[in-house]
Design a protein around this ligand. Structure first.
Ligand code: ADP
Ligand code: MG
Length: 417
């Protein structure tokens, strides 16, 4: 099972390339589901078909679905909804209708993620091609499962304890109903599990890869570079860059000017994404709408049938790994294309907060690193390395001998180096 996500700036051609990829997979006989997490649904327009919230077969071996987050919200989260509407009303907030709750930031993304998971787990398809929302929303979407799980695991047990201990008092005061009912907690627990499972699915580079779509313009390429870094920060692997809307060479001044500018941009793009394949897609004389036009796009992207596999087995790239050294451990995190000045890492209790410019990831440290202190770190332009030294207070000389990091054999290989 493979999942391929397409992202990039608005209007660069995500929907077009995602649809073309799905069509190519289906033409090769791979059972494929094409879906969109963009609330501005355009899959139906690109494919020139009608779509609903139920997967519809639109070509042999190809299904497409338009996720109805509003409908899903109402169906799955009625308990939460009722509780929140109730609580807000009691809190003196002007009466709101349950429908308005979907405008809470992030709700659409969470529901889209849960839908991706649900559809992936049905086992009905061998490939899921996901047409994502523009970059900013997609990054928010992809950072969500880990961030929410982090939040739910830390804040939720405390709140639940408080709520439990307050219930008898509240009952005495006749105000029981202001406390969250257990159904809410159950819903949150379920949400937590589901998000963890989404994260497992999307964060596994052997299952999921991301494709960056851009146009050869400096502003678009710059955003794509930042996206590439942010995706690495959150632990997602990118396996392809698509440079769309490449102008054909022309006779007139205007076209020669654009073609030359694009060539310079393309050279820079190939340079900065070194190591990643960059595929060019020419600017068509008309919008590639409908299966036939999309098959032409697929041919340009992946070669003519039975050309390249559009979705080869995904890489097993290690974006994050912990290495044991003579004096402790080193956590390696790939952060390609990041600016040195933007990279920061701060230890906060059991977590390591890594940020690159505006993007931030809270990494829950594995237990072996929790009992260490950060002894240094550096960023070499590609990789962040944070060194950890065992904290003597937490690694008592006689206690827990089995979990104590064993020094590497060899000359000067003692733990203190
Ligand atoms: N290579 C191309 N040549 C001509 N038109 C294109 C090309 N790629 C995309 N388009 C058109 O540009 C518009 C935006 O493309 P779309 O795939 O919807 O972008 P996105 O999903 O990134 O917003 C659509 O009308 C699409 O048909
Ligand atoms: Mg689109």
């Amino acid at each position: 099972m493979r999942i391929v996500l397409f992202t990039g700036k608005g209007g660069v051609g995500k929907t077009t390339t995602a649809s073309a990829t799905a069509l190519r997979l289906a033409d090769r006989g791979v059972k494929t589901l094409l879906l969109s997490t963009d609330i501005a649904h355009s899959l139906a327009d690109a494919l020139d078909v009608r779509l609903t919230d139920e997967p519809t077969e639109v070509a042999p071996s190809l299904w497409a679905v338009q996720i109805d987050t509003q409908g899903r919200f109402e169906a799955a989260w009625r308990d939460v909804q009722t509780f929140l509407v109730d609580m807000l009303a009691r809190g003196g907030v002007d009466p709101i209708t349950a429908d308005e709750l979907t405008v809470l930031p992030g709700v659409d993304e969470v529901l889209a993620l849960l839908a991706v998971r649900e559809l992936a787990l049905t086992g009905n398809w061998d490939a899921l091609v996901v047409d994502c929302a523009p970059t900013a929303e997609t990054l928010r979407l992809l950072a969500l499962p880990e961030a929410l799980t982090w939040y739910l695991e830390r804040v939720f047990p405390v709140q639940r304890r408080i709520a439990k201990s307050m219930r008898p008092i509240a009952t005495m005061l006749g105000r029981r109903e202001v406390l969250p009912p257990d159904t809410l907690f159950d819903a949150l627990l379920r949400l937590n599990d589901e998000l963890a499972s989404v994260r497992k699915l999307l964060g596994d580079p052997t299952v999921t890869t991301v494709r960056l779509v851009l146009t050869p313009e400096s502003v678009v390429a710059a955003e794509a570079r930042r996206t590439f870094t942010a995706l690495a920060l959150y632990g997602y692997s990118v396996d392809l860059v698509v440079a769309n809307r490449v102008f054909p060479e022309g006779e007139d001044e205007w076209r020669r000017g654009w073609a030359a500018a694009q060539r310079r941009q393309l050279a820079e793009i190939r340079d900065s994404f070194a190591g990643l394949p960059v595929r060019e897609l020419p600017y068509h004389s008309a919008e590639p709408i409908g299966a036939e036009a999309l098959r032409v796009v697929a041919g340009e992207l992946y070669g003519t049938l039975p050309g390249d596999d559009p979705v080869p087995a995904a890489a097993t790239a290690d974006l994050l790994r912990v290495e044991q050294t003579g004096s402790g451990f080193v956590l390696h995190m790939a952060l390609p294309l990041a600016e040195r000045a933007d990279v920061d890492a701060v230890r906060a209790g059991d977590d390591l907060v890594v940020s690159v410019g505006p993007y931030r990831r809270v990494l829950t440290l594995p237990s072996v690193l929790r009992r260490c202190t950060v002894s240094g770190g550096e960023f070499d332009g590609r990789e962040l390395r944070v060194r950890f030294r065992p904290d003597d207070e937490q690694w008592p000389a006689t206690a827990e001998p089995r979990t104590r990091p064993r020094p590497k054999p060899g000359p000067g290989g003692g733990r203190r180096g």
